[in-house]
Design a protein around this ligand. Structure first.
Ligand code: NDP
Length: 246
């Protein structure tokens, strides 16, 4: 029998989509969860349902564009559970648009959430994990982190950056502090991600493609797999996309 205590796992962007699916699935495996996002009513509902089903979860309102919020989140996890085993840097936004539309504010938003949010998450948990001499940071990139298409330039740039940051983290931390690093790169997944697209034509295009999207649980299963591999095994990169897409 495995008597090891269940892992303490922080998930950002846990109020919908992939983060919510990962939370529900990980709760079934006995993990102790700290869920973070801005929409607290959603988080409250998810936490109550997990707890009703016998799981262990708490939540804290967090805006990942604030380094201070992420520090508070890490402190909250430590107060609740005494350690941090895994951070899933999942929060992300995708207000896709053509560069010529000059939606500079949306470019800033993607950089702030998708890149800085990931870095702030790492900054908040790295000292704790180094002290523990163990930990696992999972970063959500995308198939858009491997190739660019019209309207995805800035979003893709942020997801390329996530892969670079994760690989740097792996090279620096893995041999010394034994902190594992995983990049999860989903293809089209049925979530609320396209809701932030403000260009009507691009939102319509995204809507048409949605019939091909896979369930957020397909991505959540990859996250659970990476977490539950033995500590000497570091799953570095997983791409999960709809079967019917090239
Ligand atoms: P959703 O829109 O369903 O979920 C995004 C989550 O991010 C929400 O919980 C949202 O919560 C949170 N979020 C957004 N901004 C912030 C912020 N400033 N601070 C804290 N949380 C924030 O989309 P997905 O589940 O699809 O997205 C999850 C990840 O998967 C993202 O990184 C996305 O880029 C990636 N991905 C998704 C794909 C897809 O096809 N769906 C494909 C490839 C990658 P709240 O608004 O409550 O703060």
């Amino acid at each position: 029998m495995n008597n090891k205590p269940s892992k303490v796992i922080i998930i950002t962007g846990a109020s919908s989509g992939i983060g919510e699916a990962a939370a529900r699935l990980l709760a079934q495996t006995g993990a102790r969860l700290v869920l973070a996002a801005r929409r607290t009513e959603r988080l409250q509902t998810i936490v109550s349902e997990i707890v009703q089903e016998g799981g262990d979860a708490v939540y804290l309102q967090t805006d990942v564009t604030s380094a201070e919020d992420l520090e508070k989140l890490a402190r909250f996890a430590l107060q609740q559970y005494g350690r941090i085993d895994v951070l899933v840097n999942n929060a992300g936004v995708m207000p896709a648009s053509m560069l010529q539309e000059l939606k500079v504010h949306e470019w800033d938003q993607m950089i702030d959430v998708n890149i800085k949010g990931v870095l702030y998450g790492i900054a908040a948990v790295l000292p704790v994990m180094r002290e523990q001499q163990s930990g696992h940071i999972i970063n959500l990139s995308s198939v858009a982190g491997y190739s660019v298409s019209p309207s995805s330039a800035v979003y893709s740039a942020t997801k390329y950056a996530v892969r670079a940051i994760s690989e740097g983290l792996r090279q620096e931390e893995s041999p010394t502090s034994h902190i594992r690093s995983t990049i999860i790169s989903p293809g089209m997944t049925d979530t609320e991600l396209a809701h932030t697209i403000s260009s009507p034509e691009i939102r319509a295009m995204a809507g048409q493609m949605n019939s091909m999207a896979i369930s957020p649980y397909s991505i959540a299963r990859a996250i659970v797999y990476a977490i539950n591999e033995p500590e000497d095994t570091s799953v570095n990169e997983i791409v999960v996309r709809p079967t019917i897409l090239p």
